[in-house]
Write a protein that binds this ligand. Structure first.
Ligand code: NAP
Length: 247
């Protein structure tokens, strides 16, 4: 018997990085996991194979969560396939870094659409299911850069700050249905997203992290698993998993 036996979870952006680690950890704890991703078929299949080889259970749920119709249809399909939806992890995210002076409308809109609007699309599709169950756990992956400014990330910071504000209102509105809504704000985490940052900037960032290392995706996965498995009386909160880089 593991902590999440019988539970079903949808993780968006589960083909790589933090989403992948969250999906693997939740599956290791006994949950049936739906792995959403946008385009990395081979990577998503690799995650599914890893979960199944370890005795876990999962399905693939390819969809662009930035598209409201696709996102909602995907949540519906996953719920039908898994039979219920106990938890939703809104993790999918992108960066289009540029100073505001150079940022295009496309850079702005694409990031807000993928990182923030998609959280609304998936959450609003999951709510009727969770209300019927009188149970739900929603975890939104924000960022330290939604709490503190980062040069070149006005779009990203706005999307991640928006997630924190959304999380609090959703928590307030949904508590009466035994649905908790929380955010995790990771610091710099070793994934494809961080690898896009030039090496010299990465070295500068490292000097500002008291624990003196970047997070591993598994560090974030532990917090998500805690909220889903043990966070029954925690709602409207943000857990900062950032090595002390923002206090
Ligand atoms: N890495 C960090 O330092 C860091 C720090 C704080 C917060 N975060 C946040 O943590 C989350 C995961 O970041 P990461 O570093 O793991 O990123 P990543 O390695 O770049 O992976 C991004 C994931 O999101 C998926 N995705 C992107 N756009 C999508 C869309 N429109 N529809 C469906 N899936 C989509 C990707 O799918 P495909 O593979 O199909 O493209 C991939 O699975 C993001 O929300 C990010 O903002 C990251």
């Amino acid at each position: 018997m593991t902590r999440l036996d019988g539970k079903t979870v949808l993780v968006t952006g589960a083909s790589r990085g933090i989403g992948r680690a969250i999906a693997c950890e939740l599956a290791a704890q006994g949950a049936k996991v739906a792995l959403n991703y946008q385009s990395s078929d081979a990577k998503a299949q690799e995650v599914a194979a890893q979960i199944k080889q370890s005795g876990g259970s999962c399905i693939l749920a390819k969809a662009n969560v930035a598209d409201p119709k696709e996102a909602r249809a995907m949540v519906k399909r996953v719920t039908e396939e898994l039979g219920r939806l106990d938890a939703l992890v809104n993790n999918a995210g992108i960066t289009r870094d540029r100073s505001i002076r150079k940022m295009t409308d496309e850079d702005w809109v694409e990031v807000i659409q993928t990182n923030l609007n998609a959280v609304f699309f998936c959450t609003s599709a999951a709510i009727p299911v969770m209300v019927d169950q009188n149970f739900g756990r929603i975890v939104n992956i924000s960022s330290m850069n939604g709490q503190a400014p980062a040069f070149g990330q006005a779009n990203y910071g706005a999307s991640k700050g928006g997630i924190i504000a959304f999380t609090k209102t959703a928590a307030l509105e949904l508590a009466r249905f035994n649905i908790t809504v929380n955010a995790i704000a990771p610091g710099f985490t070793m994934t494809d997203m961080l690898s896009k940052v030039p090496d010299n900037i990465q070295q500068q960032i490292l000097t500002k992290i008291p624990l003196n290392r970047f997070a591993k995706p598994e560090d974030i996965a532990k917090a998500a698993t805690f909220l889903i498995a043990d966070g029954d009386y925690i709602t409207g909160q943000q857990i900062n998993v950032n090595g002390g880089a923002y206090m």
